[in-house]
Design a protein around this ligand. Structure first.
Ligand code: FAD
Ligand code: DHB
Length: 392
């Protein structure tokens, strides 16, 4: 088999890349370890930046998102017995976020690729990458797929990044002393907007998926197991961390999904080796507090599409050569923002009284200074894409 771009992984990065390449007349094959059902049901991100929404719309895959997605024009920071709204409409006019589940984006992209005759091979768990510095190819289940370039879109635990020879990559990493327990509940949201709540008991996040489904997260110890968290304990902890302002009452309902996610910051540089280009979580991870991971994956594949299209149209490798450096500028901005939001909102060592005072001062500043709140808002809704790398 032969294709122009061999894509490993059918997450948001791999699927969107395959679709954007198709729009530019470039052929690709996507190889995915898991089943279609599994990737369509995997519950993860929920917040789409303005630029991500615009890109999905321009690429013709935004129809259901426009109908079912929930545009939000602010978030609440809640701490010390009070809520403080960060008003995007005032601080970053014209820019907002849309709450729309990652698995819905994945479903929309898979449906569109298949309708367009795209090739996605599911349940190929044994993908291997070869000859990255010359004529690259992929092997799986006794087959061989020759390609001009390979796009490693297979997430943090994938096979692409480890296929790069030792000594090539520089790794930058930070782990956090807590994890997130996430739930989906069949209950209308208890507030119209997202609530990021800081309390002595730990961080809690009120989010949603639809007018009938709520999504919540709780800061939990790194070794937390779902067995330790029966439904009653989850609701009790959410109440204790969120019902901290007068008049706010949490509406409870049946929980139908639970997950625990580690919190990590990670960057592998450069995001390219020979003819292998890494995109999304395969190259970088952020803690979810800033809601940036999926959005970064989208920004990467947007640039990779522009670079590959330029290469096929003109023969120039200029944009491909610049791919890693261009991506990493945005990646590091998101790294900083995600670390900053995580540090601002989580509960760290209770014995560190000095750290606690700094955190309160920082929260007071962000919720009282227009300059500080604007910093949060413009990063949260997403900085504009850099000029000169249009995808279409
Ligand atoms: P992935 O989604 O991990 O996709 C990689 C794909 O590759 C998977 O389908 C996997 O099965 C496949 N694969 C792996 N190994 C192989 C292999 N060897 N061969 C073939 N295929 C393979 N981001 C946001 O922007 N906003 C948010 O609100 C947000 N909230 C989050 C909340 C939580 C709790 C978590 C955990 C993450 C959140 N994120 C958020 C991050 C976001 O989910 C990820 O950054 C995003 O999934 C990255 O997409 P990706 O396509 O790069 O990788
Ligand atoms: C969601 C996830 C996030 O990481 C975040 O910061 C906000 C919302 C969500 O899944 O809804």
């Amino acid at each position: 088999m032969r294709t122009q771009v061999g894509i490993v992984g059918a997450g948001p990065a791999g699927l969107l890349l395959s679709h954007l390449l198709h729009l530019r007349g470039i052929d690709s094959v996507v190889l995915e370890a898991r089943s279609r059902e599994y990737v369509e049901q995997r519950v993860r991100a929920g917040v789409l930046e303005q630029g991500t929404v615009d890109l999905l719309n321009e690429a013709g895959v935004g129809e259901r998102m426009r109908k079912e997605g929930l545009p939000h024009h602010g978030i609440e920071l809640r701490y010390g017995g009070a809520g403080h709204r960060i008003p995007f409409e005032k601080l970053v006019p014209g820019r907002a976020i849309t709450v729309y589940g990652q698995q819905e984006v994945v479903k929309d992209l898979i449906a569109r690729r298949l309708a367009d005759g795209g090739k996605i091979l599911f349940e190929v768990p044994d993908v291997a990458l070869h000859s990255l510095e010359k004529s690259p190819y992929l092997t799986f289940q006794g087959e061989r797929l020759d390609c001009d370039v390979i796009a490693g879109c297979d997430g943090f635990h994938g096979v692409s990044r480890p296929s790069i020879p030792e000594g090539v990559l520089s790794i930058f990493q930070r782990d956090y002393p807590f994890a997130w327990l996430g739930i989906l509940a069949q209950v209308p949201p208890s507030a119209e907007e997202l609530i990021y709540a800081h309390s002595d008991r730990g961080f809690a996040l009120h989010s949603m998926r639809t007018p009938e489904i709520s999504r919540f997260y709780l800061q939990v110890p790194t070794d937390a197991s779902l067995d330790d968290w029966p439904d009653e304990r989850i609701w009790a902890e959410l109440r204790a961390r969120l019902e901290t302002v007068p008049g706010f009452e949490l509406t409870e309902g049946p929980i139908f999904a639970k997950d625990v996610s580690a919190m990590r910051s990670f960057v592998a540089e450069p995001m390219r080796h020979g003819n292998l280009y890494l995109a999304g979580d395969a190259a970088h991870i952020v803690p979810p507090t800033g809601a940036k991971g999926l959005n970064l994956a989208v920004a990467d594949v947007r640039l990779l599409t522009a670079a590959l299209a330029d290469f096929y149209e003109t023969g120039s490798t200029e944009l491909l050569d610049a791919y890693s450096d261009t991506c990493l500028k945005r990646v590091w901005r998101a790294q900083h923002f995600s670390w900053w939001m995580t540090t601002l909102l989580h509960t760290f060592d209770a014995d560190d009284a000095y750290g606690g005072r700094l955190q309160t001062s920082h929260l007071d500043y962000v919720t009282s200074s227009t300059a500080a709140a604007t910093t949060l808002a413009e990063n949260y809704v997403g900085l504009p894409f850099e000029p000169g790398a249009s995808h279409a």
